[in-house]
Design a protein around this ligand. Structure first.
Ligand code: ADP
Ligand code: F6P
Length: 460
């Protein structure tokens, strides 16, 4: 089997959790999925940015994560500002998630983006051996394939996008939309979570590059490329709760929320795509419209700090802080607080305790490439007494998880109705829906995702 070389901006370099011992890996779908998949593929390498490394051109740091060798590249402050904060997170992230009004264009950021692609390509080229399969991840490295080809690499290179790919009219907001598509053309295989993201990409290529598509291959004047749909997953076994039963797990949560209080759970990075303010308004609407839930239900919202140096993320945090304060101030009773808000990360075992004790998983992004939290919540349930998933129709996961209660997160009342239905759902229906969801989550796992992608790449 060929050696697999993963490249992404983010590396799974953990830090000790508050509980001691177990490492907290950085929150984010990419790290969770790739790390889970690689546990079944020993001997792989993973190159990425190491925040602790010095930005020296030829020196890569070395770490280990679950048997995978991590090679870390240092980036200078200016590179991080222009490439990561600027072009990746102020231009591409909002554009790919269809937040057109938040897109910020800056030629200087674009120049840093290209420069960092070259730095990644040189580092990668220095470690590659003939026969390696190179698998590049996410929007941070759209043009790495092209840079690597320019250094003479003739082997296979694949690219997977962890975010949505937007409709053509949004893609065209980029200053040079055709050039990015031409750059992506240097990958032998490009993969997306869903058929609609793939179709958006194909349509942009048709319009900008006059490309043609025969159902599996994209042809342009300069070459051929395979394009496919590979929905990312989790390893369900890794999220299954201890065999102590939900009642016992709930005791753990009831210390926080009070006994006999049902828990509605949100777990996200604190990002404006996740719809946290809209979710809080939906929960407020639930309590105001159906006051019988006062004192009987609590929203536990865990939000992991993310991209905290960016203005839009600081602003989002201030908005969430303000909303939680207002709703709790207006609705709380002396012995009941409607929202428990935890602005922090948890280790995996910490998250599992929340998933397994919650009655409702509230996963309501305004837009999301896939959303692994939805799948983790499903895997974290006790099959004999499962909680109910309420899922945004704008998460990639909604295409697979049709047995969740699907809601429109832009309409707080619609989400509130979804929560009310979930809270009142009889055991029989909960079990039936959970069985179907669990079967789906167990079918499209992280290792299956990686197996299918790398097999197609090897044959591309
Ligand atoms: P995204 O990639 O946009 O962050 P996903 O839902 O696909 O969204 O993936 C998020 C990943 O990060 C999941 O694996 C989840 O367990 C993890 N995560 C999210 N919030 C936290 C948190 N507060 N603490 C620890 N891990 C978190
Ligand atoms: O899964 C989407 C994603 O953007 C990953 O690409 C990224 O690693 C993660 O979310 C978290 O973002 P960041 O790496 O900027 O902390």
């Amino acid at each position: 089997m060929s050696r697999l070389v993963i490249v992404s901006n983010r590396l799974p370099i953990g830090r000790p959790s508050g509980a001691g011992g177990e490492l907290e890996i950085p929150a984010g779908g990419l790290v969770s999925a790739v790390l889970s998949a690689l546990q079944r593929r020993p001997g792989s390498l993973w190159l990425g940015w190491d925040s602790k490394a010095e930005p020296k051109p030829d020196r890569l740091t070395q770490h280990q994560a679950s048997g995978v060798l991590l090679l870390g590249l240092g980036l200078s402050r200016a590179e991080l500002d222009g490439y990561y904060r600027g072009f990746c997170n102020e231009t591409l992230w909002p554009l790919l998630h269809c937040f057109q009004g938040r897109v910020h264009l800056d030629v200087n950021h674009a120049a840093f983006y290209r420069r960092v692609q070259t730095r990644f390509a040189r580092a990668l080229h220095s470690i590659l051996r003939a026969g390696d399969l190179v698998w590049v991840h996410d929007y941070h490295l759209l043009l790495l394939g092209r840079e690597l080809r320019q250094l003479g690499w003739k082997g296979k290179i694949g690219f997977f996008l962890h975010t949505p790919f937007p409709p053509y009219d949004l893609w065209r907001i980029l200053p040079n939309p055709a050039d990015f598509l031409r750059g992506l053309g240097d990958y032998n295989l490009v993969g997306f979570h869903t058929a609609s993201y793939r179709d958006n990409y194909l349509y942009s290529c048709k319009r900008e590059l006059k490309a043609s598509w025969n159902g599996s291959e994209l042809r342009t004047t300069t070459g051929r490329q395979r394009v496919g749909v590979y929905p990312v997953g989790i390893e369900p076994r890794d999220f299954q709760p201890e065999h102590t039963g939900r009642r016992k797990q709930h005791r753990y949560l009831s210390r926080i929320v009070g006994s006999d209080v049902q828990v509605v759970l949100g777990v996200d990075r604190l990002d404006y795509t996740k719809g946290i303010p809209e979710r809080i308004r939906a929960f407020e609407s639930l309590i105001r419209r159906w006051p019988q839930w006062r004192g009987k239900v609590c929203l536990v919202q865990i939000a992991s700090p993310s991209r905290t140096t960016l203005h839009q993320y600081e602003e989002q945090k201030r908005l969430v802080d303000r909303l939680v304060g207002r709703v709790n101030g207006e609705l709380a009773d002396p012995d009941w607080v409607p929202i428990r808000y935890l602005y922090r990360s948890f280790s995996r075992s910490g998250l599992i305790r929340f998933y397994s004790a919650a009655h409702v998983g509230l996963v309501t992004p305004l837009r999301d490439g896939m959303n692994l939290v939805a799948k983790e919540f499903v895997a974290g349930q006790y099959p004999e007494d499962p909680g109910v998933l309420v899922l945004s129709r704008f998460a990639g996961a909604a295409e697979e998880l049709s047995d969740a209660i699907q809601v429109n997160p832009y309409l707080p009342d619609d989400t509130a109705e979804g929560i009310a239905r979930a809270l009142e759902m009889p055991l029989e229906e909960r079990c039936k829906r959970h069985q179907a969801l669990f079967a789906e989550v167990s079918r499209a796992t992280a290792s299956e995702w990686a197996r299918r992608f790398t097999a197609d790449l090897a044959n591309a």
